[in-house]
Design a protein around this ligand. Structure first.
Ligand SMILES: [Zn+2]
Length: 237
C-alpha cells in the first residue's frame, strides 16, 4: 500500500507471529512478569504491548502509525510498575525495531511526568528539557514541562524536532502524553492550538514515525489530537 494512504481504525494484519511475552521478557525479569500476571491489569497491559509490537509491522506500510496505549508506558521500570505503567512499551518497541534491522532510532518523549526510560532504552532520547534533561524532577513530575508557558514550550518543542531532523534517524517514536493538555489532570498549559502546532512540526520529519499516545482521560481531547494528525499533509518517507 502506498505510504501516503490514510487508514483509520483497527489494522488487521496484527503481528501474530510475534510473541509479546518474549519481548516483555527482554526488558522485564521473569519474576516481575509473573507478578504482573497476578494483577487484574495483566490482560490489558499484554494487549497494549501486542498493539505496540504491531505498530513495528505496520510502519513498513505507512509513513505514520499511531498507537494508543493503556496500562503500559514510559514509567515502568525493569522490576517495578509506576503510574499505571506495567510494561515499558517504548523500550519494548525499540527492541522490536532493532530486531527488524533499524539501527538509528530516535525517541521523543513529551509528557507531564518524568520517566527514567532513557536509562534502560538504547535509542537516542529527546525531550522538552533539551540539554537540561531530567534536571528538575519532583515526585516523578516533569517540572520543566509544567513550568513553561505555551509559547516557550512550543519553542523548545520546535528546537527538539530540529535536533532530531539533524540527526537523521531511520525511525522516530513520539511518546505523546495527552496529560499535557490543559483539560487533563496534570495542570498542563497546552491547549488545542499548541497540540496542533506540535503535531504539524513533528509531521515535518520525513522519516517513518510511530506515535504512542499515552496518559490522559478525556475522549474529546484524544479525538481532537487524532484529528490534528489527520489534517496534516503526509510527507512520504
Ligand atoms: Zn504522564
Amino acid at each position: 500500500m502506498p505510504s501516503s494512504k490514510r487508514v483509520r481504525g483497527p489494522v488487521h494484519s496484527t503481528a501474530q507471529h510475534i510473541n509479546p511475552e518474549s519481548y516483555i521478557l527482554k526488558i522485564h525479569s521473569r519474576k516481575y512478569y509473573e507478578k504482573v500476571k497476578n494483577t487484574p491489569f495483566f490482560k490489558v497491559a499484554y494487549e497494549s504491548i501486542r498493539c505496540v509490537l504491531t505498530s513495528a509491522e505496520e510502519i513498513e506500510n505507512y509513513n505514520l502509525v499511531i498507537v494508543p496505549t493503556t496500562a503500559t508506558g514510559h514509567q515502568a521500570e525493569r522490576e517495578k510498575w509506576r503510574g499505571y505503567s506495567f510494561f515499558n512499551d517504548i523500550t519494548i518497541l525499540v527492541e522490536r525495531l532493532k530486531d527488524k534491522g533499524y539501527e538509528k532510532i530516535a525517541v521523543l518523549e513529551t509528557d507531564a511526568h518524568h520517566s527514567d526510560t532513557y536509562r534502560i532504552c538504547s535509542a537516542s532520547f529527546y525531550c522538552i528539557n533539551g540539554d537540561r534533561k531530567c534536571e528538575v524532577v519532583q515526585e516523578m513530575k516533569c517540572r520543566i514541562s509544567r513550568g513553561l508557558d505555551k509559547e516557550d514550550y512550543l519553542k523548545r518543542f520546535s528546537r527538539v524536532v530540529d535536533l532530531i531532523m539533524d540527526d537523521n534517524p531511520e525511525i522516530v517514536i513520539w511518546y505523546l502524553g495527552q496529560d499535557l493538555h490543559e483539560l487533563e489532570y496534570s495542570g498542563g498549559g497546552l491547549d488545542d492550538d499548541a497540540f496542533r502546532a506540535m503535531i504539524e512540526k513533528f509531521m515535518r520529519i520525513e522519516t517513518r514515525k510511530i506515535v504512542i499516545i499515552s496518559s490522559g482521560t478525556r475522549e474529546d481531547v484524544f479525538e481532537r489530537i487524532i484529528s490534528f494528525f489527520e489534517s496534516v499533509p503526509i510527507i512520504s518517507a
